[in-house]
Ligand binder design. Structure first.
Ligand SMILES: NC(=O)c1ccc[n+]([C@@H]2O[C@H](COP(=O)([O-])OP(=O)(O)OC[C@H]3O[C@@H](n4cnc5c(N)ncnc54)[C@H](O)[C@@H]3O)[C@@H](O)[C@H]2O)c1
Ligand SMILES: [Zn+2]
Ligand SMILES: [Zn+2]
Length: 397
């Protein structure tokens, strides 16, 4: 038996004793988790706005650790230190062969796909710790985790880099990078990023690394905006300023060249349309609160580029389709094809080009994971990123 963070209902997660994972398929490996993080995507589960999460499900999709068991077809070896991508991908299907790893056709078992196929036209692929719509796989906020297709996903990391430096290769670093890549940044661009959570911060860092002339960060939390400023961004606090007016002024009256929505389906905001979204999401008649995305589509210049790493799960009201078409915008989005970026980003970390540790605000024992969720949700400003350490002794007992 082992300890793991399990879902019990909206705003109710607990560390329970559950069965140890076992090798099921020849390509599996079992990892002893040394570090695992809580993600903004986990908050969508915590807030009960993603369907298909059941009581007892083990959450967590950002994790790394030591290989302790391997199936006969795993290419990993016991004792290796690996970071595991949150996307589960077979490496062999049509999509994997195009490096569209987050669209893998083989990682979500057929009997679990129905709802996603109805909602999206095609079945979603497998993700760790992220609802039965994406396979119902047990996640990595646990002492041990089974990693399917372990010959494709995990990347072995060198010992001279510590966990904090490489953990975010599992999700948010590639997600920020792909967000900037999807914004197709040109050297003289002004890029605006909504949301200064971990994804937004890494998107800002990536956009600057790709040569953007000016990056403007939008949020309402002073500390998070300060982190963005420290990276080299200009900041707009949407509680204090009119975002659209500020962006027009900062882009010489043309509008920004590219926009990145790193907020997703639970946008905050005080405009009437967002308040209506909140009510609809609560009563279950409109899944997605798209106010940041609406604003981004208004702010981007004609012919500009729209990148959406923020997660949306269902339908959005009042989506400005007219702005998208009439302004001739390009839109790119998606769950991140993590495996496509891990190797390159690992070498950028090794060379010191990218810093991954600046946003970690709290390191807790796995036993204190519920407290981590509560604070990451309720004290967002200062709890920027929580890393859980299964080996650490709890502070509360
Ligand atoms: N595409 C992917 O593969 C992928 C991977 C990881 C995370 N995500 C998604 O990225 C999003 C961000 O993740 P995170 O971990 O940074 O989350 P987070 O919750 O820590 O950060 C979100 C930030 O957005 C800000 N915000 C809310 N409303 C806003 C508005 N109207 N305008 C500007 N800012 C606003 C919040 O104040 C907060 O700082 C989430 O939707 C998450 O699910 C996607
Ligand atoms: Zn994540
Ligand atoms: Zn595949």
């Amino acid at each position: 038996m082992m300890r793991a963070l399990t879902f019990h209902g909206t705003h109710d997660v607990r560390v329970d004793t559950v069965d140890d994972p076992e090798i099921i398929n020849p390509r599996d490996a079992i990892i002893r988790v040394t570090s695992t993080a809580i993600c903004g995507s986990d908050l969508h589960l915590y807030d009960g706005v993603i369907p298909g999460v059941l009581p007892g499900d083990v959450l967590g999709h950002e994790f790394m650790g030591e290989v302790v068991e391997t199936g006969p077809m795993s290419t990993l070896e016991k004792g290796q230190r690996v970071v595991v991508p949150f996307t589960i991908s077979c490496g062999k299907c049509f999509h994997c062969s195009l490096q569209e790893f987050a669209a893998c056709d083989n990682s979500n078992p057929a009997e679990k796909q129905d709802m996603s196929e109805t909602m999206y036209g095609h079945a979603a692929s497998g993700l760790f710790g992220y609802s039965h719509m994406t396979g119902g796989y047990s996640g990595g906020q646990a002492e041990y985790v089974r990693v399917p297709f372990s010959d494709v996903g995990p990347i072995v990391v060198p010992d001279h880099l510590d966990d904090d430096q490489v953990l975010f290769l599992s999700d948010i670093l590639p997600t920020g990078w792909m967000a900037a890549e999807n914004a197709q940044i040109q050297p003289d661009d002004t890029v605006a990023v909504w949301g200064c959570g971990p994804v937004g911060l890494f998107a800002i860092q990536s956009a600057l690394a790709m040569g953007a002339a000016q990056v403007i960060a939008i949020d309402h939390y002073p500390h998070r905006l300060e982190l963005a400023r420290a990276l080299g961004a200009k900041v707009v606090n949407f509680r204090e300023s009119n975002v659209l007016e500020a962006l027009m002024e900062m882009s010489g009256g043309i509008g920004v060249d590219a926009v990145i929505d790193a907020v997703g389906m639970e946008a905050h905001g005080f405009a009437m349309e967002n308040i209506l979204d909140v009510v609809k999401q609560k009563v279950g008649i409109g899944a997605d609160r798209a106010s940041a995305l609406r604003q981004a589509l208004m702010a981007v210049r004609k012919g500009g580029r729209v990148s959406v790493p923020g997660v949306y799960g269902g339908l959005a009201d009042k989506f400005p389709l007219g702005a998208l078409m009439e302004k001739g915008l390009q839109l790119r989005t998606g769950q991140t094809h993590v495996q496509r970026y891990m190797k390159d980003l690992l070498s950028r970390i090794e060379e010191g080009e990218l810093d991954t540790t600046f946003l970690i605000s709290h390191r807790l024992a796995l036993e204190d994971a519920a407290e981590g969720y509560r604070n990451f949700k309720e004290q967002q400003d200062t709890w920027t990123k929580v890393v859980l350490k299964p080996g650490m002794v709890t502070a509360t007992n």
